[in-house]
Write a protein that binds this ligand. Structure first.
Ligand SMILES: *Cc1c(COP(=O)(O)O)cnc(C)c1O
Length: 454
């Protein structure tokens, strides 16, 4: 075998369609419910928040959904993204395993999130929308939507979780550079924001609260819609360009993964790399083990309950069945801000229930250990979120070493960490702690789940 480390697809190999896993699943995912009537929601119920084209993608069971040419034109700026073989990491680990990683940090915003942000901005523009309101945790999603708003001439307004707003001024500056308006959440600008500030003047905020603020603003005006950077079916759908490209690149490498690893916050980058491979196996093709890695401090897949829950803290959203820690759960302030959501994507949750994936959790310090080893071997500094996937891949490689197996491991390096160097400074300063979530708070949040009959 050659020493090739980089597998690059020609622009003509950029996927022409997104892949919808619903078409291949042995059982359909449970319906989304209206919180008042507990009946399945129809497309019209979601119309105040999303353009109809995205709602139709949300409920679609068609296997392939064509990618509009204007979206592909923008994708071409950084896609197809490269696939690397991590030869120096393999050597550092002294493993017989072959490790490959798909690198999504080549997008202008530095992560996988523009894959869906560009698509969502396109459909909103097409529907005549003037303004999109959203939330952001660490700032990756906000930057990606801000970028896409600049490309399509849309006004972007972002509620940024207050702790991140204070900790990550450069992310805010990036969003503003793209022309977006960024507000710390909870804010004085919405009823939900004022309610949480009244409870606690120095409220650190959470993704659930920021979503409530954004949804509230979007629902109040006709020319304004809401956008979500993860969790929803259409978001996962848009991310499948990652796995489709990776499948072709693995073919170029003359290899096929035995194990695929991704980190899970809301589940979108994980679904992006994994779903095309899961679908391939469900249609009778070669099968890989699929490992979903989440932070031990916000463990929705490994410790949450599979139940109907709200997507936000103020309970303005419909109910979806997912692995959840409860919508009032506020995780401790660990550094992988993109992994702090209380729930897991309904489609990823459903796949977990069907036994199609293996969930796993790691504490953050061990993930940074792996991330630093990766940076010193491969030269790319991973985002703190991505460190969870690196750690998962490293552990698989060490297992191969212990078992004397030369398996093939593929993981998604969903973003670089250039805006997260404070987290690395804290790590090197010994200030990064493995914070435990509060068991009593989790029990309370779970006890507060809405009661929905079986
Ligand atoms: C947002 C983000 C995540 C978490 O979101 P998913 O929907 O689970 O992918 C992970 N990594 C990076 C780099 C992110 O920006």
């Amino acid at each position: 075998m050659s020493n090739q480390v980089k597998f690059v697809l020609d622009e003509s190999r950029l996927p022409k369609a997104w892949y919808n896993i619903v078409a291949d699943l042995p059982a359909p995912p449970p319906p989304v419910l209206h919180p008042g009537t507990l009946q399945p929601v129809g497309p019209d119920d979601l119309a105040p928040l999303f353009p109809m084209s995205l709602i139709m993608q949300e409920v679609s069971s068609e296997r392939e959904i064509g990618i509009p040419e204007p979206v592909r034109d923008i994708y071409r700026q950084w896609r197809p993204s490269p696939l690397y073989r991590a030869r120096r990491l393999e050597k550092a680990l002294d493993t017989p395993a072959r490790i490959y990683y798909k690198y999504e940090g080549v997008s202008p915003a530095g992560s996988h999130k523009p894959n869906t942000a560009v698509a969502q901005a396109f459909y909103n523009k097409e529907a005549g929308v003037k303004r999109i309101v959203t939330e952001t945790g660490a700032g990756q999603w906000g930057s990606s939507l801000a970028l896409s708003g600049a490309f399509f001439g849309l006004q972007i307004e972002i509620f940024m979780v207050r702790v991140s707003y204070n900790q990550k001024p450069y992310r805010r500056a990036l969003m503003e550079s793209y022309g977006a308006r960024c507000v710390a959440s909870p804010s004085e600008e919405t009823n939900s924001g004022r309610m949480f500030l009244a409870q606690r003047a120095d409220h650190p905020g959470s993704l659930g609260i920021a979503i409530s603020e954004a949804v509230e603003v979007a629902a109040q005006s006709d020319d304004t819609k809401y956008a979500l950077g993860s969790v929803l079916n259409h978001v996962l759908l848009h991310q499948t360009v990652i796995g489709q490209e990776a499948m072709e690149q693995m073919q170029m490498a003359g290899d096929f993964p035995d194990v695929i690893v991704g980190c899970t916050g809301g589940g979108s980058n994980f679904a992006g790399i994994a779903f095309p491979f899961i679908g391939h196996a469900l249609r009778g093709g070669q099968k890989a083990r699929i490992v979903a890695v989440e932070p031990a401090a916000c463990p929705s897949l490994t410790k949450g309950r599979y139940a109907y829950d709200f997507g936000d803290t103020a309970h303005l959203t419909p109910l979806t069945k997912m692995h959840t820690l409860g919508s009032t759960f506020v995780p401790p302030g660990f550094h992988a801000g993109g992994l702090r959501y209380h729930g897991m994507a309904p489609l990823v949750s459903h796949c977990a229930e069907l036994g199609l994936l293996e969930p796993r959790s790691y504490a953050q310090v061990t993930c940074f250990d792996a991330g630093v080893l990766f940076a010193r071997s491969e030269g790319i500094v991973p985002a703190p979120e991505a460190n969870h996937a690196v750690k998962g891949a490293v552990d698989e490689a060490l297992r191969c070493k212990a078992e004397g197996k030369s398996e093939t491991i593929l993981f998604n390096l969903c973003g670089h960490g250039h805006f997260d160097m404070q987290a690395y400074m804290d790590y090197f300063g010994g200030k990064l702690l493995d914070q435990q979530y509060d068991e009593a708070e989790l029990a309370m949040a779970l006890a507060g789940l809405p009661s929905v009959g079986a």
